[in-house]
Design a binder for this molecule. Sequence first.
Ligand SMILES: [Cu+2]
Ligand SMILES: [Zn+2]
Length: 234
Amino acid sequence: MNSMRLAVIGLWFLAAILNNADSVLLNEGRPPHSHLADRSVYARSLPEVFGYSGNLYQPVYGPPLYPGPIPLTAGPHPINAVAILKPDGTGTEDPQGVITLVQPHPPEGPVFLSGNITGLTPGKHGFHVHVSGDLREGCQSLGPHHNPFLVHHGGPTDPYRHVGDLGNIVAGEDGVAKVQISDHLISLAGSQNVIGRGLVIHAGPDDLGRGGDTESLQTGNAGKRIACGIIALY
Ligand SMILES: [Cu+2]
Ligand SMILES: [Zn+2]
């Protein structure tokens, strides 16, 4: 608070010299290490009369600058997203669940995905971000894997891979896959943003690009899309 008090005193002198402004913005945006993050701080002259500046000043906090539905491109605040995965409806399985995504320091750093998927056949299932968020034809219209760098399909730890390549989730004998993934390539802001794109679970395992055929280098041979949802901000 000391720095703010200094700023207010400094502004008092400035305003006393200029003596023609009703209020001056002291601090726009998000002061670090402050519980007043996202609020602007003003000094306002008193009394508040249009066209008149007295020599008495009062600090005023502006309203919080809520980021709203538009992803921040930078900043200290985590971004949270959620995908509600529903069965594709074309098969006999009934896989579904909720995956939450959080990125503590967007647009840099890992995204943490977590949640449970139920109704799966035991074993591995390919798990990807697909490029589109269009569900008009179910999971089919979500397009191919999100691949802004135009490289081959790979596994999550490969240096070259689709941004959307999250590897496999593994269901136990009870058909439940407990998802706990930390991924360094997808982001909730910036050029690798996955907000508004599709999250897809496949019928079979993803071979991570090691299958030795052309399909492996595009989809990992993970088979049908059995459940999907849209990655949305919350
Ligand atoms: Cu996929
Ligand atoms: Zn891929």
